[in-house]
Design a protein around this ligand. Structure first.
Ligand code: GLP
Length: 244
């Protein structure tokens, strides 16, 4: 789906999320959201906050699982995804703090594997992700599943690509400050979500958007796995769709 600009694209996504939350409320059921970070989803979160404040949408039945976190990373660090989610969404809506899950960047190395298994089990225990929101890295990564990630990859500690670290270097005031590793939800869990929306905005994403949608399904472009998902949509602005 191609929209004239990022504002309209963000509204479309927020409206769908709000509808899913409301439909689960009517059934008295929790709504499991898979959430992402980066500049792309900011407009969606802003719109959701507006819908909460102006239209009374409650997030009390929402259980949120974020895709990823840098490792190591303290939650109160300027660059943590915990902080990002609080600033962009969690602090402005009535979601219960106990229902906000984000991979833990403070674990000792020995505890990561069991943490990752528990993260996936918890998602399954709640019946799986109802709606997964994704951005896309310039190299086609989803979450922090870098090129080379297989379609059955699990939640795990990964080494970040140079291009991913370089893209984050300005934010971190220099490449040497960007963590070399991260914990990410695996491709397998992403592909098991009932609904997946990948958003890409801006001309700098146009090459990888084309490769993901029109290229072969390949581990070299992890977002291309979504071609095989029965209910996945790319939401684009004119700029990111320019090469299709
Ligand atoms: C990071 C995040 C991804 C995100 C990507 C793109 O790598 N882990 O989840 O999709 O950045 O970020 P942006 O939306 O800022 O282009």
């Amino acid at each position: 789906e191609i929209y004239p600009n990022s504002g309209i694209a963000s509204k479309v996504v927020a409206i769908e999320i709000a509808q899913i939350i409301r439909s689960k409320q009517m059934l008295n059921k929790p709504c499991i959201l898979g959430l992402s970070t980066g500049s792309t989803p900011k407009g969606v979160y802003k719109e959701l906050v507006r819908i909460h404040k102006e239209e009374g949408l409650s997030f009390k039945n929402v259980i949120a699982f974020n895709l990823d976190e840098y490792y190591p990373m303290q939650p109160d660090s300027l660059h943590s995804y915990v902080r990002f989610m609080k600033e962009q969404l969690f602090n402005h809506v009535d979601i219960l703090p106990d229902n906000c899950y984000i991979p833990d960047g403070t674990l000792s190395k020995e505890r990561i594997a069991s943490f990752c298994r528990d993260y996936e089990s918890r998602i399954e225990m709640h019946g799986g992700i109802d709606f997964q929101l994704l951005g896309i890295g310039g190299n086609g990564h989803i979450g922090f599943n870098e090129p080379g990630s297989t379609s059955n990859s699990k939640t795990r500690l990964v080494a970040l690509d140079h291009s991913t670290r370089a893209a984050a270097s300005q934010e971190f005031n220099g490449l040497h400050n960007v963590p070399r590793t991260a914990i990410t939800l695996g491709i397998s869990a992403i592909l098991h979500a009932k609904r997946v929306v990948l958003m890409a905005l801006g001309e700098h994403k146009s090459r990888i958007v084309k490769a993901s949608i029109e290229g072969l399904v390949t581990e070299y472009v992890p977002a291309s796995y979504l071609q095989n998902h029965p209910h996945a949509t790319f939401i684009l602005d004119e700029a990111s769709a320019a090469e299709l």
